[in-house]
Design a protein around this ligand. Structure first.
Ligand SMILES: NC(=O)c1ccc[n+]([C@@H]2O[C@H](COP(=O)([O-])OP(=O)(O)OC[C@H]3O[C@@H](n4cnc5c(N)ncnc54)[C@H](OP(=O)(O)O)[C@@H]3O)[C@@H](O)[C@H]2O)c1
Length: 385
């Protein structure tokens, strides 16, 4: 049976007990553990993948902490996580025509599309029976993979950084922009002010905005990420100068900077993703008719706001999840053209995946964390490392 990482409800309980539920002391590496997985028999519509590289996603942090729901317990005590990977097709079922052995593909994690194509559930998270890709091999249906754009100009690690984060950013951007345009036409205003707060999805969101000619601002605590985005014309704002918005004075000081950089107009679009103290800071930054869009709740699940104030400003709060499968394919076309992700300075070996999760939890990484799974890479990607 191939090696694969697993998160068990028992390991979560043991770690929570060890730290007395103090999540600041929680060590994610004590929870995500190397295991083995039995692959399902190949069906006629399946592809068998050898996993080459994966990116560590923030929902792993949510899964090991069990801070949103205890997904391992809900899924019967154990999950095999991982919903972002680059893999080589090593075999295909009888009815698969789109892929052949030797093809290199990326995964998407729309686990079960609703009637409009958006995910009801996420693969390797809440989709029942789904087995993730933090393992040596996987068997999935062919609709779960997209041909990897090996000619896009990105290296293999950069490609591996994008399968989950780029479609999320693409979905959020097209929605936020369309909602704003429902209210204010291009005729009235061509260039929007767009702000996003730290993180991989946010930086990709800003790359889309910048690529379309808008003014983009990245408010992050990471100097490496700010520098990377500044080189693309995205204006950096150091979030730590505002004490991560711990108190009202910090938000006030931030609001003044937003006014300064936007000729007192404010931000037409804000990408939050973190909630907690970020949410009020993002609201204060919004211009009239502004849109606040989010797909995450890393620092808090509940938000509160003054409905009267937001009505007067005609502000829209939008909640999104992940893309449709068509949207994932469309986002893949933008790899290298628009999406040029920051990648953490160390590419972790497979055995060190728990450390990568720990360091993500500790927020010490300089970009999106990548894990190399395959020691031997196929020739088609060997020039990309
Ligand atoms: N619904 C979906 O489909 C979907 C998809 C992707 C992500 N998400 C969610 O969106 C969120 C962000 O995901 P991501 O992939 O962009 O994460 P990421 O690349 O791991 O970035 C997380 C960022 O959080 C910021 N951060 C960490 N601790 C912080 C604190 N105490 N105060 C302020 N900022 C802090 C850091 O930014 P700085 O240090 O640079 O400020 C860090 O870069 C996660 O909750 C994730 O689960 C949802």
């Amino acid at each position: 049976m191939p090696e694969a990482y697993a998160i068990s409800a028992e390991a979560i309980q043991t770690e929570r007990k060890r730290v007395n539920d103090d999540l600041d002391k929680f060590d994610a590496a004590n929870v995500i553990k190397l295991d083995e997985v039995e692959l399902r028999p190949m069906g006629p519509g399946d592809v068998h993948l050898k996993i080459l590289a994966i990116s560590v996603e923030h929902n792993i942090d949510h899964a090991v902490l069990a801070d949103t729901v205890n997904i391992a317990a809900l899924r019967g005590g154990k999950i095999y996580p991982g919903n972002s990977a680059v893999g080589e097709v090593i075999a295909v079922g009888d009815q698969v025509t789109r892929f052949a052995p030797g093809d290199v593909v990326i995964t998407h994690c729309n686990g079960e599309p609703d009637i409009y194509g958006y995910p009801l559930r996420i693969w390797a998270y809440d989709q029942p029976e789904s087995i993730g890709w933090y393992g040596r091999e996987a068997v999935v249906a062919d609709w779960q993979v997209i041909r990897a754009p090996l000619e896009c100009g990105l290296n293999l690690w950069e490609i591996a950084a994008l399968p989950l984060r780029a479609p999320t950013a693409y979905h959020m951007w097209r929605r936020a922009e369309a909602i704003f345009r429902l209210k204010v036409s291009r005729e009235k205003l061509a260039r929007l002010n767009v702000l996003a707060f730290g993180g991989g999805v946010s930086e990709l969101f800003l790359m889309l905005a910048r690529h379309e000619g808008h003014n983009a601002f990245f408010c992050s605590g990471s100097p490496e990420r700010r520098e990377h985005l500044a080189a693309m014309g995205i204006e950096p704002i150091d979030q730590k100068k505002f004490n991560r918005f711990k108190g009202p004075d910090d938000v006030k000081a931030f609001s003044k900077v937003v006014k300064d950089v936007s000729d007192s107009v404010g931000m037409h679009v804000v990408c939050d993703l973190l909630r907690g103290p970020i949410f009020p800071a993002g609201l204060t930054a919004l211009a009239r008719q502004g849109v606040n869009v989010s797909a995450g709740w890393q620092l808090g699940q509940k938000i509160s706001y003054d409905s009267a104030l937001l009505s007067v400003k005609q502000v829209t709060l939008d909640h999104t999840h992940y893309e449709t499968i068509d949207g994932c394919s469309a986002a893949t076309d933008l790899y290298g053209v628009v999406f040029k992700p920051t990648v953490h300075k160390e590419v972790y070996p497979f055995e060190e995946l728990p450390r990568a999760v720990r360091e993500m939890h500790q927020n010490t990484q300089t970009g999106i964390p990548i894990v190399r799974v395959a020691e031997k890479l196929p020739q088609s990607v060997s020039a990309l490392v």
